[in-house]
Design a protein around this ligand. Structure first.
Ligand code: RRO
Length: 313
């Protein structure tokens, strides 16, 4: 069974990557996951200066999902370079850092320092955090601001640049096109969907930050629609993200044309979920008589299947 997939300049042993913010800096999952079995790891987003994050409560369970307003707590780039990056760079899988800045120049500085810090495989540019005021989705909601960030980052690193998009826009295709025009090597999406939860007895928000980002199975249909919009718009490869919890979910995104996926929220409730998802992926492919993921990627035909008829193979 050939699970290997190429995503632009990246060669992954399989298409299942751990999404940023749900897998710590890697070491937190040491007891649960054999890193040499998974497609890749994306570390929690790092910023230039240390950040405390948002007031609690920071998470809340919803129907088939989770709301978070974590607010990007992290020790800043110095601590990342000293503590997290050396560990990340030793993992026997595709190693990806994630960065967020308040200006295009900050994004560029982060990329340059990580590039110089230790050997990794790519940088994901997070222009899509829903829970911080400056930076975050402020860039990802505006095509020209997205392009400006990507151009600066591309000029400051030789590493492949993945641009992670927010769904909280009218046209994700327009932002994807701007990221591509700025030089993005790969586009990933989607980050979390803006939402909120209400404690009606107290007449108050559940989350300390009032609003948060929704993730988990509840957002998979939104993510599929947006990945479809992105793959129709850009030529660069796409990584699908949003509510993936099974091997079948992975195949749905690959069918649309995504060349890999990121698995996030399920890691919070099932730390070894990626291993189950990978075994389901192989079983699904074998049951369909297919010898690998390449037989599935981009096979989507935009005409609904008739009920009650087996798929043509
Ligand atoms: O830390 C967060 O609150 C956060 C980030 Br950086 C992000 O990109 N997406 C999200 O849902 N939460």
């Amino acid at each position: 069974m050939k699970l290997e997939t190429t995503v632009g300049p990246l060669v992954l042993r399989n298409p299942v990557i751990m999404a940023s913010g749900t897998f710590g800096y890697g070491w937190e999952f040491h007891d649960f996951v054999d890193y040499s079995a998974i497609g890749g790891v994306i570390a929690k987003t790092v910023t230039l200066r240390p950040r405390k994050g948002n007031p609690p409560p920071r998470t809340c369970e919803t129907a088939s999902g989770v709301l978070n307003s974590i607010g990007l707590p992290n020790g800043g780039i110095e601590q990342f370079l000293e503590v997290a990056l050396p560990y990340l760079s030793k993992l026997p899988t595709c190693r990806i850092a994630s960065i967020a800045g308040e200006t295009p120049e900050e994004f560029a500085e982060l990329a340059a320092r990580i590039d110089a810090g230790a050997e990794i495989d790519a940088i994901e540019v997070n222009v899509s955090c829903p829970n911080v005021e400056r930076g975050g989705a402020a860039f990802g909601c505006d095509p020209s601001a997205t392009r400006a960030v990507v151009e600066k980052v591309k000029a400051s690193t030789r590493l492949p640049v993945i641009v992670k998009l927010t769904p909280n826009v009218t046209s994700i295709a327009a932002v994807a096109a701007a990221a591509e025009a700025g030089g993005a090597d790969i586009i990933s999406g989607i980050n979390t969907v803006l939402g909120m939860a209400v404690d009606w007895r107290r007449g108050r928000p559940v989350l300390g930050n009032i609003t948060g980002g929704l993730s988990g199975p509840a957002i998979k249909p939104i993510a599929l629609r947006m990945v479809w919009d992105i793959v129709k718009t850009v030529k660069v490869p796409v990584i699908g993200i949003g509510g993936i919890t099974t091997g079948q979910d992975v195949l749905e995104f690959l069918t649309l044309g995504a060349r890999a996926v990121e698995v996030g929220t399920v890691n919070l409730v099932e730390p070894a979920a990626c291993l189950r998802i990978l075994s389901q992926l192989q079983n699904e492919l074998a049951a369909a008589g297919l010898d690998g993921v390449d037989a599935v990627i981009g096979t989507f035909k935009a005409k609904a299947a008739k009920a009650g008829r087996a798929p043509v193979t």
